[in-house]
Structure formats: C-alpha cells, structure tokens
Design a protein around this ligand. Structure first.
Ligand SMILES: Nc1ncnc2c1ncn2[C@@H]1O[C@H](COP(=O)(O)OP(=O)(O)OP(=O)(O)O)[C@@H](O)[C@H]1O
Ligand SMILES: [Mg+2]
Length: 1066
C-alpha cells in the first residue's frame, strides 16, 4: 500500500514562554468533588452511539501490507530470549521436579471452587503480584498461591448463577483430591510470607519495637496477624476474584505473569536508558504484541505507525500532533504510547474522547489489556468518575474521559497538587477544539496542563486538521502526517441518473463513471426520485450501507420508503435473528416498540438518531455490527459519534439540517466506508441536485476547514469559567500571570485573526472586571500602591460555589436567586418544587411547550403541586389562554414557564419510571426524555456542590443528595450494580439479572462462554468485554477498600511521640 504521502514537519516556530511549574507552589485546598457542567450530558447524550464499535472486532489481517513492518520481526536482543521460549523453558524445568510432575496434570484442572463447594467455604486463588516475583525464585514459587478461606457470604456463594454452579461442579467431579498437596503448599506459603512488619508502615514498626515484653510481643504479633489476615483476606479475596480469568488455576499463566513482570522491568530500563534498542515491541513486553493479535487481530503495524512510533520527537517525549485519513489506524499508535507510559514510565494517563459512547467502547476494549498487563482502566463519562481520582498505590491508572469529565479531572488533580502524576494526555479528534463550548473546555484543559505540568506529554490526533501550525504552536508540538488509508475509499457523486467519480486530477474534479441502469415504475419514480432504492439494493443485504439524511424525521421517512419497495426476498435474509431483534427491542422497552422500526427491521433496515433511547440504539448497533441489520438511515451525528462501518455510504443531500455540508463533516461521513479489517473496498455516493452542483464541486476540492478557538466567543462557558478556575485553583491569581496564561492558549495564538479590534491584554482586563462586577471575584486591596499589573484576585463564596458546581456563569445568579427564593417557601409535599430547581436552565431555554398538553397536565395537579406553580408565578389561567390561542397582556417570564413544563416531564417520569408512556403523554421523542433525565441528574449534583459552598443553603444539601440519587437511578434499584459496568444499559442489565447475575461479583466471575449461551443476543466479543469491564471495576473497588483498610490501620503521622509526651510531663 502506498505510503508516499508520509512526511514529517518540524515545528518552525515555538513561542518560548517562561512558565514556571506551579504545581509545587500550590497550597492545595481541601479535596473537593467536582462535577461536570449540565451542558455535558446533553451534548454527550444527543450524539451518543457507539462510534468505535468495530475497532475491537476481530480484525482480519490486511492483505496489502507488504511494506508494513512485521510485528513479529527480529529485535535481536530480545528475540532469542523470547518470552515464549522462556515460558517453555520454565515449564520444562517445572516438569522435571518429581513432585510437580506427579501433580502437574491434576494441577492444570485444580480448582479451588470444587473444594469450596465441598467445604461450604469460599476459597480464592491469588497469584502474587507479578511485579514482585523474580525469575530465579520461580521454580520455588511456582506453587505459590494462597488459599484464603472466608465464611461464605450468602449472596456471593449461594447466589452464583446456576449455570456457574454447574460449571464448578463439573470441574469438581473431574479433578482429583489434592488435599495433601494443597496443605503442603499452604504450609510453605505460610513460612514464606513476608513478616508482618514488612507490611506495616515504618512508624508502626518503631512503635512496636518499643514494647519489650516477650509475651506482649507474642500477643502483639498475633494481633497483627489478625489484622494482617483481615487485610490479606480482603486483598486476596478481591484481587483473586478480579484477576481470575477462568475458575481454572493456570500455572502457565502464573509463569507468564512472572515473565511479563521481568519484561516490564527490562522495558522500563530500556526506556530510561533512552537507547535506540526498542525492545521486543516498542519498549513494551512482547505480551502486548500477543494481546493485539489475540484481542484485535492486529498482527503487523502499518509502516507509518512504525515510523511515527520511532520518531525522535516521540522518543524524546515531545508533544505530538498526528493526522491521517479516517481509518488510518491512528488509535494503535496512541495506545502503544499510553502503554509505554503506564507500564514502563509508571505514570498515569488520561485519554480524552469526544462522546460517552466512545469512552464506554474504549473502556470495554482496553479493560482486558488492563487486566492482563496490570493497570487500571477508569471511566470518566456520564455519571461516572471520582474527583480527585483515587490514589493508587502500585498500579497506574488509565483514565478514559469525555471532554467535560477530562476537564474536571485535570482541575481536581491540580487542586490536590497531583497533576505531576499525569505522564501523558492523549486527545482523539483534536479538531473538536474548534467546536463551540466543548472546544473551549478542551482548550482550557490542555492550556492548564501546559501551564502547570511541564513533564506531562500531550498527544493529539485527527483525520480532519487543516491549520495545524496554530495547534502546533499552542501545544508546542511536533507534527506527523501521512495520506495512508488501508482500504481504498472511492468517492462518487450522483446527479440525476449519472454517477461520477471524484477525481482531483480531472477538469471539474470529477469523471463520468456509469449510468444508473434501473427500471423504475411511475410510482417508484415519484416516491424515490433520488434512486435510493436502486443504490442501496446494489449492496444490501450482503454488505452494509449507511444513508445519511439531513433531519431525524427524514431518516424515518427514508427507512420506511425504502422498505416499501424492497422485494419479499429481503424478509428471508437472517429472518430469525431479525425477529430476535424485535423481541429484544420490546423486552428492553417494557413491551413497547416504535411502529416505524416494527415495519423496517424485518427488511434489515432501521433509522438511527438521537430520538432513540440509548438501550434501543445499542441493540440496533449490535445487530448492525453483526450484519443482521444491513441498512441504517442516520443523521450526521452517527459520523462523529459511532463506529459503524459500511461498504457503501450514501449522502442523501449535501445538507445537515438546513446548513450546507462542511468539508470536515463530509470527510467524517464518507470515512465510515471501507474500514480496515472489515471491508476490502469502500465507496461513498453524494446525491445532489443540479442547483447544488457548483457548491458541491467546491466542497470536494477545497481544503478542510480551519479550526478556531472558541474560548472568548463562548463567553460564560469559556473565558469567564477559565478565569474563575485559574483563581479558584490558584493557578494564576494576578493580572500579569493571568495574561501570561492567556498568551499560552489556543486563543492567544489566534488572537490576531479572531479579535483584531482588541488586544489580549484588554480582553483579559475586561473579563476580570466583569467577573468582579458580578460578585464572583474580588480584587485584593491590600496594597493599593502596587501597579495594576500586580493586582491580584480572590474568588468570592459565590464564585467558588459556581466553580465547584461547574455552573454555566450565565445562570449562576439566577440559580442563586431561585434557591434563595426557595428558602422562603419550599413546597416539600411533593418532589415538584425540588425538581424544578434542578431542571437544567439551558434545556429549558430551548424548549417549546405544547400548550394543550401543558394545560391538561396543569389541571391534573394536586393543590400542593398547584401551590408550586403559584409560587413560581405561573397560573392555570395563563396556560389556558396559551392553549386556546388567546392574547395575553400580562408579562410572564417565559423561562420560568418553560422550565416548569420540563419539570412536569421529569416529575411524571420519576413517578411512572416509564420513558415510553411519558414520551406519549408529552409527545416528545423518548431519546430526548432520556437526555433530559440525565441532564437533570447531572445538574442536580451540580446544584448540590453549589449549595455545599454556601452556608445559607445548608438546608438543600440533604434534599439534593436524595434527589440526585432518584434522578440518576430512575430505574429499578436491583439493576443499579449491574449498570455500573461499562456498556451495560438497562435492557442488558435486566437480561443478566433474570439469568441470575445479580451483582458485580457475579459478572466479574462469569464465564463468557456460559454468558453467551444464557443471554439472548450477546456476542462472544460483548460477553468478554462485559466480564473484563466487571473484573476491572471489581478490582478497582477492591483496591479502594484495601486502601481504606490500610489507612485505618496506619498510625497517624501526627501521633504524639513518647519523647514529646515525656518532655511535656517534665
Ligand atoms: N496495523 C494494523 N493492522 C490491521 N488493522 C489495523 C492496524 N492498525 C489499525 N487497524 C484497524 O484499523 C481500523 C481503523 O483504525 P482506527 O480506528 O485507529 O482508525 P482512525 O485512524 O482512528 O480513524 P478515524 O479517524 O475514523 O477515527 C480499526 O479496526 C483497527 O483495529
Ligand atoms: Mg480514531
């Protein structure tokens, strides 16, 4: 495959900024939980979906890759001593020890569960932390596993799903009695344990040494043993559970883990020595290479991937931007760099992705790597994520976050003085920096990292970058680009019934390709003037096809229209599986089914847009990925938010809603066609009318759009929020420093293009003045004689509350006023008043009530509920007049009226917990209602944090904690633990629950093979991902608890010493 376009461009000018690292200067304020702005959920959810779905599909090796480097190629220093060879050697040695030989075959199937069931006790096998094991000790250690007996927890042991119990019982009957052997092992283990003191902190060792009585020594040590055993129990049980790949204890696995640890050590040294020898796999253990083959089917790196990874700048850990066409394989490079950071440099990594669904998919995909290689994968999306993150003791964390959550995470790390622990930040789809308020948030995040942590490396990637120089200057980054695309993408245009191929060399940028030879009846011509039916039937049902439509309604209409003209033959294609899809759709929606989907799914066709609930969307996407559904009619959000590849992508018109298509959008949409490993070819067809021809010819030939900073344009969500947090976090508190910070932003780089009439200094001064006037900041008046330049700022209580609650500053004083008014007369007889206070302002401002429905709902209110409306100044009379179209003279606050309407929707939803019936009652798309609910849950927690900072609102705190819970878990309580697992939504949780998997422990211990047999519509890949994610989560929880236990057992650092107390006495 041609890689000719590959080039490396060095950064021509880097603005030298003298930025002292501030991390050490911070007096870290108390840790506080930060939550995302209410904007996040809406944006994220509206464009949800599962973008990178097929990345984790088992990928076939690409045929045309002669020039690619062989990943199993020879790196002589390691190849001879290869990992697999070492495993073989050790296994050989092991087999030569007679005692081992005797039991070797038994041990392969030794299962402690079989013993457990017999003794009614729970035994868990733990493998010693592989980083601690040494190869030379290995033969001795190979039997080392600890049996930890714990009295069975009823819901852990007896609640194991019946399928799993059966599985264990089978194992029991097939394994021999290993009692003696195990006892011997236990004895050996007991003597080989570390001493208690080795595990206790230094000060506690000293403390114990002071006691000079031998009996008390014994007592103390037995006490410690007890303590230790509690610790060990917790530790062993949980890590054992979480680590368990299958219930079968695998000695080979243990051997492999030891060697992996060795390899990591070697790799670490290699990286530290900065030698040119890259080790078996880019400084990583060869196991990583094996895992890529195993999990992703990737056997070789593309040549550009190898070049990029071996760039000097990458080796030197300089910041890097790289850009390649869609499907170029950008992710793999970022992942290898992340693994280097986690495993070899042993620092945490943050990966920022644009949407919740993509974060979830990445979590699922990388959890198995985390389990195999020993690092945590933590989700920061939607309602998930902890601020500041849990400090891990040994293993490092990979935080995978949305843009908003990534920002909150960075804030919390700065606040607690831990930003230095972040070794690498990877930003996927870097061009998003130029998109509205989310772009502004991304910019703030990166600018703060650049300013506060010089040692943190930043890597950005995108397929659609044009003005890279600006971004390079902002990020002080090197740039790498290549035109490589593993699967060729052919672009076509369709005008009338002629098809033209896009050809940059041709005059007019296109050449005639063929006529669409189709026989259309008069009716069909009328119904389908664009020949969509002819175009899609050239590929479906054997290949998949996406049809992008300008609006949601249009998606549904086009899906129905196509199905009307498809022959009955299409019904037969994978008929049974399509029926299953319908059945499952009904199951997850309490028996409801959208009538459009009911008609189209039997033909293998469905629409896909934000009007679907996330459960429906997930189910449809799964069916599409498996080829059960072969055609999606979708909006442009699918291009940005979901990884659903197709053989053919059709753009029904060059418009998104009423806007003409942008080049970036066009590129992202057509980029869905022909993904590596899935298709061997890909093609796109843009349908256009004569009137649009000129504009389309420009579209296909012009360069990609530039991306521009939105920091200042997004006033309240941008620059103001930034300044408040700079001062709140003490990153920069005086005018000079704040200006200095602004010079280093993306806006600072582009200021001369973006805002010619004002200087950066003026913009900075004005914004600070505005925040001061608004009562969010206070000027420090201590030294009036100082120049303005040195004038410093403090954050006020209201400012801190807004910052902590991540409230959009456009609404902070309205929120303050609403809460204050509530104090005078909060109606607590129903939830309505509280719900009103947590209904997101921005969603309310965009809402247009259906007045008839509003009136009907109003008239059904109880007196207490009517009282709420009256307190807010909304009368039945007003709504009645609106419903009957009468003129209204009295001025009524439209924002309050609209907000109350949305509160009605939420209030009904909390009462009925059925999205479908609420959707029908209020005539709103179910997907919208779901976004409203997540938006309200998120805003409710923001308001809670707002109130926590303001004493006068103490009364709201307890109320809001409960309300946030109610809004977050507006599902049946029993499903909540399962829904904590990444990618398990309500429908799937219900299925798992019904099959006996009732807790996280059940899922973490589940056997994927058993899962696919017992759960309808679950692929092997999904089952494995669910189990991996559950294991990872359980592991994380266990670590956190372990941390807590150790904290409790630790002697306080300020514990009064003997000396001090004796001096005092004297
Ligand atoms: N070296 C490789 N060999 C085979 N397949 C690969 C290789 N590298 C990546 N892939 C596969 O190619 C597909 C596309 O890769 P990836 O998702 O990284 O593309 P991308 O460059 O990020 O595209 P986009 O801009 O659309 O996000 C994935 O399925 C990935 O597993
Ligand atoms: Mg990508």
């Amino acid at each position: 495959m041609d890689e000719g376009g590959s080039r490396i461009r060095r950064r021509v000018s880097v603005r030298k900024r003298d930025r002292p690292s501030l991390a050490s200067d911070f007096a870290a304020p108390a840790a506080a939980e930060l939550t995302p702005g209410d904007e996040e959920e809406e944006e994220e959810e509206m464009v949800a979906g599962n973008r990178r779905r097929r990345k984790t599909v088992e990928v076939q090796p690409v045929e045309n890759n002669d020039s690619e480097e062989d990943m199993l190629g020879d790196y002589d220093s390691f190849a001879e001593n290869s990992f697999l060879a070492q495993v073989d050697d050790l296994e050989q040695q092991y087999m030569q020890v007679p005692e081992h030989r005797k039991h070797a075959s038994d041990l392969a199937t030794e299962d402690l569960y079989s013993e457990n069931i017999k003794h009614n006790k729970l035994s868990i096998t733990t493998v010693g932390s592989f980083t601690e094991l040494k190869t030379d000790e290995h033969i001795k250690n190979q039997c080392r596993h600890e049996d930890v007996s714990v009295e069975p927890e009823p819901d852990i042991l007896y609640d194991v799903p019946s399928s799993q119990v059966l599985y264990f019982e089978n194992l029991k009957s097939s394994s021999n009695d290993l009692g003696d052997h195990c006892t011997r092992e236990r004895d050996w283990n007991a003597s080989s344990h570390k001493t208690v003191n080795e595990e206790l902190p230094q000060n506690s060792i000293e403390h114990h040494q002071q006691i000079d009585d031998s009996s008390s020594k014994v007592k103390s040590s037995s006490e410690e043993n007890r303590r230790k055993s509690l610790k060990e129990h917790l530790k062993s049980a949980m890590t054992g559970n979480a680590k368990a790949q299958t219930p079968i204890f695998s000695r080979t696995k243990q051997l492999k883990e030891t060697l992996l640890s060795e390899e990591i050590n070697v790799a670490k040294k290699t990286i530290e020595s900065s030698s040119n020898d890259l080790g078996p796999f880019y400084s990583l253990p060869s196991k990583v290479r094996d895992l890529y083959v195993q999990f992703k089917g990737i056997e070789k790196l593309y040549e550009w991937q190898h070049t990029c990874l071996t760039l000097n700048s990458v080796q030197e850990r300089k910041n890097l931007i790289y850009s390649l066409p869609t499907s170029g394989g950008k992710t793999l490079v970022a992942e290898i760099l992340m693994l280097q950071e986690l495993l070899c440099r042993r620092r945490d990594v943050l990966m920022i992705l644009p949407y919740v669904a993509i974060v979830q998919e990445k979590i699922s995909g990388l959890s198995s790597f985390g389990i195999e290689l020993g690092f945590f994968v933590e989700e920061y999306a939607g309602s998930k994520g902890k601020f500041p993150p849990i400090k891990r003791r040994e293993k490092k964390s990979l935080y995978i976050a949305t843009i908003e959550k990534g920002h909150s995470l960075v804030n919390s790390l700065i606040e607690t003085g831990r930003i230095g622990s972040l070794g690498l930040v990877v930003v996927d789809e870097l061009h998003m920096i130029g998109e509205g308020s989310r772009g502004a948030i991304l910019e703030m995040t990166l600018a703060k990292i650049l300013y506060t942590s010089k040692a943190t490396q930043i890597i950005g990637m995108s397929a659609t970058l044009n003005n890279v120089e600006d971004l390079q200057e902002f990020l002080q980054a090197e740039y790498y680009t290549s035109q490589f695309r593993p699967v060729e993408l052919k672009e076509y245009l369709k005008i009338n019934d002629a098809i033209y191929e896009v050809d940059s060399k041709a005059e007019n940028s296109m050449t005639f390709s063929r006529l669409l030879g189709c026989q259309y009846s008069d009716t069909l011509k009328k119904m389908d003037p664009d020949h969509l039916v002819a175009l899609v039937t050239e590929v479906i049902p054997n290949y998949s096809c996406l049809v992008f439509c300008p609006t949601k309604k249009n998606c549904e209409n086009v899906a129905e229209m196509i199905c009307k003209f498809l022959s009955k033959e299409y019904l037969k294609h994978r008929e049974k599986e399509k029926h299953e899809v319908i059945k499952n759709l009904k199951n997850i929606s309490s028996g409801n089914l959208c009538p459009v989907l009911k008609r189209t799914i039997p033909f293998g066709v469905a629409y896909h847009h934000s009007g679907l609930t996330s459960d429906e969307r997930k189910l449809l996407e799964e069916a599409y990925s498996k080829g059960v559904l072969c055609l999606f009619t979708c909006t442009s959000t699918l291009a940005a938010g979901v990884n659903l590849p197709a053989r053919r992508v059709i753009l029904r018109a060059p418009y998104v809603a009423k806007e003409f298509l942008k080049r970036n959008q066009y590129k992202q949409m057509i980029g869905r066609a022909g993904r590596a490993g899935i298709d061997s070819i890909g093609e796109s067809i843009l349908i256009l009318q004569e009137k649009d021809k000129q504009q389309v010819l420009e579209l296909i030939s012009r360069p990609l759009e530039n991306c521009y900073s939105h920091l200042v344009q997004e006033f309240t969500k941008g620059i103001q929020t930034l300044f408040l947090s700079l001062i709140g976090l003490k990153i920069a508190t005086n005018l000079d420093d704040i200006y200095h910070f602004m010079c280093g932003t993306f806006f600072g780089v582009q200021q001369k293009i973006l805002l010619k009439e004002k200087s950066l200094w003026e913009i900075t001064v004005e914004s600070l003045k505005y925040l001061t006037e608004k009562g969010l900041l206070q000027k420090d008046t201590i030294d009036k004689s100082k120049e303005e330049i040195q004038c410093s700022f403090n954050i006020t209580k209201l400012g801190r509350a807004s910052f902590k609650g991540t409230i959009d500053l456009a609404y902070c004083d309205i929120l303050y006023g609403d809460l204050k008014k509530g104090l005078e007369g909060l109606v607590l007889e129903s939830l309505l008043h509280l719900i009103y206070l947590t209904t997101p302002y921005d969603m309310a401002s965009q809402c247009v009530p259906d007045w008839m429905i509003y009136f009907r709902q109003f008239s059904q209110l109880s007196p207490a509920e009517q009282n709420v409306a009256a307190l807010l100044g909304v009368s039945e009379n007003f709504i009645g007049k609106k419903a009957s179209g009468q003129a209204i003279k009295k001025k009524v606050d439209k924002d309050i009226v609209n907000r109350l309407y949305l509160s009605f929707v939420l209030y009904t939803l909390l009462k009925e917990t059925n999205i479908w019936s609420v959707s029908e009652k209020f005539n709103m798309p179910r997907g919208y209602i779901q976004s409203l609910l997540t938006g309200a849950a998120s805003f409710s927690s923001c308001v809670l944090h707002f109130c926590e900072e303001l004493d006068e609102f103490w009364v709201y705190r307890a109320l809001l904690v409960e309300l946030t819970k109610k809004l977050t878990y507006c599902v049946k309580a029993e499903l909540i633990p399962l829904m904590e697992v990444t990618g398990v939504l309500e429908g799937r949780a219900r299925q798992l629950y019904n099959a006996g998997y009732k807790s996280l422990m059940h899922l973490a211990n589940a056997n994927p093979e058993v899962l696919i047999r017992t759960i309808d519509h679950l692929s092997r890949r999904q089952a494995k991902q669910i189990v991996s994610s559950a294991k990872m989560l359980l592991h994380e929880k266990a670590e956190a608890l372990q941390e807590e236990v150790e904290e409790l057992l630790r002697l306080p650092s300020d514990f009064p010493s003997m000396e001090a107390s004796s001096t005092e006495k004297a």
